[in-house]
Design a protein around this ligand. Structure first.
Ligand code: ADP
Length: 543
């Protein structure tokens, strides 16, 4: 057979064109630094994005050149998502929560040529600019104030460019379009580059009905920062389907997010568990008769919520479900675009009771299409999918990275046969549900037996007096390591070690698995993407 289908390259430009031609009237809302809302429609975003691409061409951006962004979630950041690749450039999202030293190092490692930055973040730029020389710094006047002298004004740049005359740069579907760095919690940050092809395939897969289930009538609130694995790829899906986007800008406090949810009524919102924990606590506290916030908020009942990036405790799923909001857990990493597994109700679970539904929802879920997954045991064999044999999760697929920028494919990150070694330890059950027990480095080995910190944390967070719990290993002369639990009690509540141990025993933990010690604190430290920062905790409690 000579002829099959056309060999048309998968391309982000196609997604942008769809938004401009099919969904021109749909809205993109951005919250500005002064908390007011700025509304655009996709028609305007389309023209502005093409104007940006045209302007970057005029500035001499060439194929493969990196353009860094240091921005909150808003419409101009979305324009970079599509405008930079449209000229053949690679958009590199810098994480504004990292230290200035790390940001400067990463910009240097990526050899970023230009920087697009929010004006409100210029003080941060001043602290890392000595570490990397950008050829041009383009300032987005997010606050509305005039752009300081010496910088290029983003709006002036767009105003001077011709969106109609712009012609997309020729490209191959394997050309890079964007780049993110791993957080470096397990070593130096490493660059991961996504291609047109990987991004389009990931967008199609993640948008499927059982996963994001994107609908034209959706209103999507991406709380996940656009610098955290590209907001898990959601901006691409939203543009592909022309769904209304509501960007929170710099206002990530739970009170602000609840205000935004109340006025804009999202149907789908995404964020990491720690943010969702503080959000539900603030909301539930507002329902108390003496609360100063009583009546201020309305959680949109029926909203779907994507939560991932760290284990999602069952108690959190139940707490949101009590308000008619279902949490869909996903597991993945920067290297996997990131959606690799999602927990959803499979046909076999149709008749399952509520407890079983919650139990499943608290698992990482089933591999999504195009992702092959295996759990490799210590001796190099694949573990059976029996729900209890654990091994390192390894994955392979067209949106899993094949290597790192300038670092290639080191053997600690890739198996001999080319699968990505995730460093996550998990079991898989007969239905293909993955249950993460730990990251390799977070496992606790006590008297030769593994104790899962994730299991202990989830059980502790089910106690009504516990807001947050993080468990780490501390060295122990007799047992090698023992668990230490850092617990944040809910405001006005008291949690005692005895009460917590009693709860753990009722949940099936053996005596030797109970925490050796409890430390009660005001807050568990967070990483730059808002997860529990166990490395910091280990430094804080070395023994
Ligand atoms: P980092 O956590 O280092 O900032 P990533 O955002 O790439 O970098 O995080 C990927 C890691 O997050 C995974 O390897 C895994 O350890 C953890 N993770 C992500 N989703 C989940 C989940 N649903 N359950 C448990 N752990 C998760």
């Amino acid at each position: 057979m000579q002829s099959t289908m056309m060999n048309v390259p998968l391309s982000l430009n196609h997604l942008l064109e769809r938004a401009g031609t099919l969904f021109a009237g749909n809205e993109v809302v951005s919250r500005l630094p002064d908390k007011s809302l700025r509304r655009h429609n996709y028609g305007e975003i389309y023209r502005r994005t093409r104007a940006l691409a045209c302007a970057l061409q005029g500035l001499g951006l060439k194929k493969g050149d990196r353009v860094a962004t240091l921005c909150w979630n808003h419409h101009a950041h979305l324009e970079c998502y599509f405008g930079v690749p449209a000229v053949g450039g690679v958009m590199h999202t810098l994480n504004l929560r990292l230290s200035p030293e790390d940001i400067g190092w990463i910009a240097g490692d990526a050899e970023d040529r230009f920087l697009v930055i929010d004006d409100v973040l210029l003080p941060l730029y001043e602290r890392f600019k000595h570490l990397h020389q950008f050829e041009k710094v383009i300032v987005f006047p997010f606050s509305g104030a005039p752009v300081p002298a010496g910088f290029t004004d983003y709006e002036a740049l767009l105003a001077g460019a011709d969106p109609d005359g712009f012609v997309y740069a020729p490209h191959d579907e394997n050309d890079p379009v964007s780049m993110c760095y791993t957080s470096g919690t397990t070593g130096r940050p490493k660059g991961v580059a996504y291609s047109h092809r990987s991004t389009v395939l990931h967008t199609l897969v993640a948008s499927l009905g059982d996963f994001w289930g994107l609908r034209g009538t959706d209103v999507v609130l991406p709380v996940t920062p656009m610098f955290h694995a590209n907001s898990w790829g959601m901006p691409y899906g939203a543009v592909m389907m022309g769904v209304k986007l509501v960007f929170p800008g710099p206002h990530m406090h739970p009170d602000d997010l609840l205000d935004l949810m109340t006025t804009e009524s999202p149907t789908l919102a995404l964020g990491v568990p720690t943010i969702w924990m503080t959000l539900i606590q603030a909301y539930d506290a507002s329902l108390k008769p003496d609360s100063p916030n009583r009546g201020r908020w309305k959680l949109p009942s029926g909203m779907r919520s994507l939560v991932g990036g760290a284990a999602v405790p069952e108690s959190l799923i139940r707490a949101f479900d009590a308000h008619g909001i279902w949490i869909l857990q996903g597991w993945g990493m920067t290297e996997t675009s990131p959606v690799a597994t999602i927990s959803y109700p499979r046909a076999e679970l149709r008749g399952a009771g509520a407890d079983e539904k919650y139990r499943r929802a608290a698992m990482a879920g089933v591999p999504v299409p195009l992702v092959d997954l295996r759990a490799r045991g210590d001796s190099g064999q694949d573990q059976p999918w029996d729900g209890h044999s654990v091994g390192e999760i390894q994955v392979r697929g067209p949106f899993i990275t094949g290597g790192y920028h300038e670092a290639g494919s080191p053997p600690d990150k890739f198996s001999d046969d080319g699968w990505l070694r995730t460093g996550d330890v998990a079991s898989v059950d007969a239905l293909g549900f993955v249950r993460i027990s730990d990251r390799t480095k977070d496992l606790i080995k006590s008297g030769g037996e593994w104790i899962s910190s994730v299991d202990l944390e989830n059980a502790l967070m089910a106690h009504p007096a516990v807001a947050e719990a993080a468990v780490i290993a501390i060295p122990d002369e007799q047992w090698g390591e023992r668990p230490l639990a850092c617990v944040v009690p809910k405001r006005g509540e008291e949690a005692t070690p005895d009460a917590l141990n009693a709860l753990l025993l009722t949940k099936g933990f053996a005596k030797w698995q109970l925490p050796e010690r409890y430390e009660f604190t005001d807050a568990v430290p967070r990483t730059s993407t808002g997860k529990f920062y166990k490395l910091k905790l280990r430094q804080q409690f070395p023994r």
